[in-house]
Design a binder for this molecule. Sequence first.
Ligand SMILES: C[S@@+](CC[C@H](N)C(=O)[O-])C[C@H]1O[C@@H](n2cnc3c(N)ncnc32)[C@H](O)[C@@H]1O
Length: 273
Amino acid sequence: MDLHDYKDVAENYDRYLEVMYSEFDAHEGFQEFYLQLAKKYGEGGVVDIACGTGAVLLYLAERGIDIDGTDLSEEMCKVAASKAEKMNLNLNIYPADMTKFNSGRKYSLAVIARSGFMHLPTSQLQKEALLNIREQLLPDGILTFNTFDPWPAVQTGQMNTTPEDYTFRLEYVNNNGNKEKIYNAISYNPFTQHMHGNWKFVEYDEAGNVIGERVRPLLMRETYRSEIFLLAELCGYEVFDIYRGYLGDKEDLSDPMSAAKYRSNLIWILKKK
Ligand SMILES: C[S@@+](CC[C@H](N)C(=O)[O-])C[C@H]1O[C@@H](n2cnc3c(N)ncnc32)[C@H](O)[C@@H]1O
């Protein structure tokens, strides 16, 4: 299966995410966070980039925010669009790569929620995305995305595993009404900063027999905060704010050691220069 083939994932994404995040949710509070951001910066229109099945897009649209959605995966866009239709929301949701998208309109706020930016596997592609998004923003427009501070203890563990060393993650009921178990295997390459591996979905019938198995590759890039500062400068943005998680405090931008104190989901707020 291709890395960006979300065909089978799209239909089940909301279902297993709900179970996954019921135990620990590093993104807790994300929808409300983006709503407040949209109220503050979104008066010229908002675009939800890598919108997936629409968790942010639909939440904001339902609350009166003027918002478009785009995602690389056609299947994810289709799921988001069908949810929008059921909610009687008439939205512009289009498949596109964030390094290239151009809807023909400009936005005052661009959102990349819940780790969409980490799916860009090289700093070159990160740069291309930041430059393209800048073009789609109005003057003084805001871009927000998140990165996790790499945490050596975790990455060291992942360096000792292979993409086939599966760990059980969760069990849920899929869109066929069948029990499905999810396993993942993640390795880390410290030179490319890639987290790469596989997600395995094993489907069972009522009698407990395995009736299907799908493996989906995973590739995400860990990015150090110093890289984001450099990329922002290179691509014409000012680092305006950084939040430590969606419920978190603001980072002290003048304290270079703050990364050493906290393991953080950093929410970057960049302003177009
Ligand atoms: C972790 S999901 C997050 C989805 C959504 N933002 C949410 O909060 O539920 C990442 C999404 O990024 C999309 N994606 C990956 N690479 C992309 C790219 N280059 N351009 C646009 N979307 C991309 C995937 O298709 C997937 O839907």
